[in-house]
Design a protein around this ligand. Structure first.
Ligand code: ATP
Ligand code: MG
Length: 507
């Protein structure tokens, strides 16, 4: 790469970094920018964080920076918590990425007996040694923010600049050894290739393929974090495809692979695998959130297991239930936070809602809202769009969706949850003279059903009257009614089953 350090380039190094580097140099040490920030600067991208490497030892760094940026010795500017030789220096900057600058002592890593943690950290003497322990050549370039002249000096022993120019991810040193040392690098190779739109160099790719199984040694949380970065890239789909091509996906989400080559019926032109990826692609292109992207990727993951028949008339009844179950397993296995997982599972479980103008009543729309939660409507519409576009044969659904939104607007103020009833559990207990228990819940659930059916019934007088009536029923009769109410919320789903059966499938 014809790298030409210009004044502009120097200007893109923040003042905080220059100050920190100056202070190290003034104290008799070397200071380099290293890692992602150098790569990003060379590519004209804005660095996410700034890492400084130095030959000063952690204790010396702490000493040098204890009173930095107005800090005092009893409230020093440094934090030194980890055992990897990294000292954080608080700069007092307003910029989030510059609040704490990480300064790491040059090091070489010792042996990795467990393939994920070096057995010991050894400090190194030179920046070249430090660069040699880094994962990929594009991440192994150091930059001296030389303050005397405007030309920053680069240290690039592995020709990382050439690889940036040629858009190549290449391991530093012998790829097999490097993946063997730390198997997370397998994921990182794909992650950088996806984020930067680079390709993985031949020998490095061969080594990833050969060592893919080492991923099993890696903590699921670390795999998850790289997987998230792949999903959040604009080219997320290339990333998933690359994970598959290099044999990594089977250690992350093997369930996705079951859709490979599984053909679908006349509503689709793509296989299940292709369709899931196309849905993700839509979500990524729209820059949707992680949960939408994951829900899009996983929404049909239950199809291979539910497929009945072959060819244009095959069916996938209840696939959304199986998809939700498999999604739950994958997200749990990868240690996704519970609330995020629940949201995704919910989207997958109810992605198949049915709506057709004139066929679904206002009560049906209220039931839909009660089922999916009014706050989730936008996300369900996004998933539906991803599904539709990803099918390759998008039908004229937008009109239907717009109509659904119109209907939702219309019924928005109507009661759809127990707390919107004009009576509550206390009222039920008082009127019937009963203690808290399942009976109270059953009565409320029947009342809610009646009110969803007809919102005009949501008056205190009417509901109190109904409570007295329902109070006369036996537990068994009441449970039967409550069960029917709960079942009605599924109208949107059973709707599609019935229509599909009628129109397309003889079953
Ligand atoms: P990002 O822009 O996503 O932060 P990055 O390149 O800065 O990318 P980090 O995970 O922040 O990546 O790591 C900083 C640097 O530390 C990397 O550029 C690389 O030189 C080195 N590094 C990080 N993880 C590893 C690893 N597992 N093995 C070898 N070197 C690593
Ligand atoms: Mg970084």
């Amino acid at each position: 790469m014809n790298f030409n350090p210009s004044v502009k380039f120097r200007a893109s190094i923040p003042e905080e970094i220059i100050l920190v580097a100056n202070k190290l140099v003034a104290s008799g040490y070397n200071a380099y920018l290293v890692g992602g920030c150098v790569r990003d600067l060379l590519m004209g991208r804005e660095p996410k964080d700034w890492d400084v490497a130095t030959d000063a030892k952690p204790e010396e760094i702490q000493k040098i920076f204890s009173t930095f940026a107005g800090a005092t010795a009893d409230k020093p500017a440094t934090v030194y918590e980890n055992k990897f030789g990294t000292v954080g220096v608080k700069t007092g900057s307003d910029n989030e990425s510059l609040k704490i600058i990480e300064i790491t002592t040059f090091r070489i890593e010792g042996k990795y007996t467990d393939k994920r943690h070096p057995d010991e950290i050894k400090f190194a003497e030179t920046i070249e040694e430090d660069l040699g322990r880094r994962d990929f050549t594009i991440n192994a370039i150091a930059l001296k923010p030389n303050t005397q002249n405007l030309k920053p000096e680069l240290v690039d022993p592995f020709n990382g600049q050439d690889d940036i120019k040629n858009k190549i991810i290449r391991a530093v040193g012998n790829p097999e050894d490097r993946f063997n040392e730390d198997a997370l690098r397998l994921m990182r190779a794909v992650r950088f290739a996806t984020e930067l739109d680079f390709s993985i160099q031949g020998k490095t790719a061969v080594a990833v393929k050969k060592q893919a199984g080492l991923l099993e040694m890696i903590a699921k949380e670390r795999i998850r974090d790289e997987f998230i970065k792949i999903l959040m890239a604009e080219k997320a789909v290339s990333g998933i495809q690359l994970l598959e091509d290099l044999g990594l996906l089977r250690f992350i989400a093997p369930e996705l692979r079951d859709g490979i080559g599984v053909g679908q019926n006349k509503h689709h032109i793509y296989t299940v695998w292709e369709h899931n990826l196309k849905a993700l692609d839509y979500a990524a292109k729209k820059n949707y959130s992680l949960e939408i992207r994951l829900a899009a990727l996983l929404h049909d993951i239950g199809k291979p297991a539910t497929k009945v028949g072959e060819g244009l008339d095959c069916t996938f009844y209840n696939h959304e239930i199986v998809s939700a179950k498999l999604a739950a397993e994958i997200l749990d296995r990868l240690r996704f936070p519970k609330d995020l997982a629940e949201k995704i599972i919910h989207l997958v479980r109810y992605h198949l809602f049915y709506y057709n103008v004139g066929e679904v009543s206002e009560a049906g729309v209220r039931r839909f809202l009660a089922r999916v939660g009014p706050e989730n409507v936008d996300d369900f519409i996004k998933i539906r769009e991803a599904d539709r576009i990803g099918s390759g044969v998008p039908k004229a659904v937008p009109y239907k969706l717009r109509h659904l939104l119109f209907m939702i607007e219309k019924v928005k103020q109507d009661p759809i949850s127990p707390k919107m009833l004009k009576v509550n559990g206390e009222d039920v207990m008082k009127i019937l003279g009963i203690e808290p228990g399942p009976r109270v819940g059953r009565i409320l659930s029947v009342l809610l059903d009646e009110v969803i059916e007809n919102p005009e019934k949501n008056t205190k007088e009417n509901l109190e009257f109904r409570i007295q009536d329902l109070g006369k029923l036996s537990d068994i009769e009441l449970e039967k009614l409550a069960k029917i109410s709960r079942g009605k919320k599924e109208e949107f789903e059973s709707g599609i089953e019935e229509e599909m059966k009628k129109k397309f499938y003889v079953k």
